[in-house]
Unconditional design. Structure first.
Length: 297
């Protein structure tokens, strides 16, 4: 990206590449279609936050295209490995430790993608104007209001039910429908996880404040490329390691362990037909990733 000494646009740095991963791992049946249009979707998403100006649009799009090309050439085979391992776990007798190790592996791969984008994100950061930081803050505020409506309303029982229903949407996507007896066991495992939506919301606000602060610092001090990359890298690392160093570490650990037990409950209660459904779906993704990777050669 070009070297501009104008301001940096807050919320972009982490979420930009996380959206790429969400597009990549979207729970839809047409993964190849989603991925092949991921560059456009990412550009639209970015523009919605920043409201890109005419002198930014061209090189931002080129950098997104370049990032997707790198991702297709270097990362998709890794995702095949992750899914192949998940298939093996599903067909065997995985432990909670196995699931937590898989989660850690995915987390590491996600961080690697974002770190790869640091130079491009720094260029974008240095090109953004003050009004674009203000636009980002407005977008954050709107998203936070949506979060409040979904996750901070009702009593604990209603929040537990909503969380369970959201989890079941994903489980049914992979395994198909469940019996009433299975649903009761899954609901028990879901409710056993610690519940503190206010804490998650505060973490969300903390990340946003950090991003806004970084944006304002780059703008105020007219930081160079190297200094901006260093700030972005520090923020990325801190965000990924937040749960390990937070004063709320006990809660985060308990939540991750509870989520692993929830997934383990689903696997252990799944019928052979349901497991075959999940294995088949994973194989479809594996085939798509292999085809997408081959197209990049």
């Amino acid at each position: 990206m070009k070297n501009f000494n104008t301001p940096f646009r807050g919320g972009r740095l982490q979420q930009c590449l996380l959206v790429l991963l969400l597009v990549l791992l979207a729970g839809c049946s047409s993964l190849r279609l989603s991925y092949n249009n991921g560059d456009t979707l990412l550009y639209w998403w970015l523009n919605a936050y920043v409201d890109l100006e005419s002198d930014q649009k061209g090189w931002v799009q080129k950098d997104i295209d370049k990032m997707f090309h790198w991702h297709r050439q270097t990362q998709l085979k890794d995702y095949v490995q992750v899914l192949t391992n998940a298939q093996r776990q599903l067909q065997s007798n995985p432990t909670q430790a196995d699931l937590l190790a898989t989660y850690a592996d995915i987390k590491t791969r996600a961080q690697a993608v974002i770190v790869k984008a640091e130079p491009d994100l720094a260029d974008l950061a240095r090109s953004l104007r003050p009004e674009q930081i203000a636009q980002m803050e407005k977008k954050f505020a709107k998203n936070n209001e949506d979060y409040r409506k979904k996750y901070l309303r009702g009593d604990a029982a209603k929040r537990q039910k909503f969380r369970y229903q959201k989890s079941m949407e994903q489980f049914e996507l992979w395994f198909g429908s469940f019996s009433r007896e299975q649903e009761e066991l899954i609901r028990q495992a879901s409710d056993a996880r610690p519940l503190n939506n206010e804490l998650w919301f505060e973490e969300r606000l903390r990340r946003q404040r950090s991003i806004i602060g970084l944006a304002q610092k780059v703008q105020r001090e007219k930081l160079g490329k190297e200094a901006t990359v260093a700030l972005i890298h520090k923020l990325i690392v801190e965000s990924f390691e937040r749960m390990e160093h937070s004063e709320q570490k006990a809660f985060f650990d308990a939540y991750n362990e509870g989520t692993a037990r929830l997934v383990l409950t689903v696997i252990k209660t799944a019928t052979p037909t349901q497991k075959a459904h999940a294995v088949k779906r994973m194989q479809g993704w594996i085939d798509d990733f292999n085809s997408l990777a081959a197209e990049a050669r």
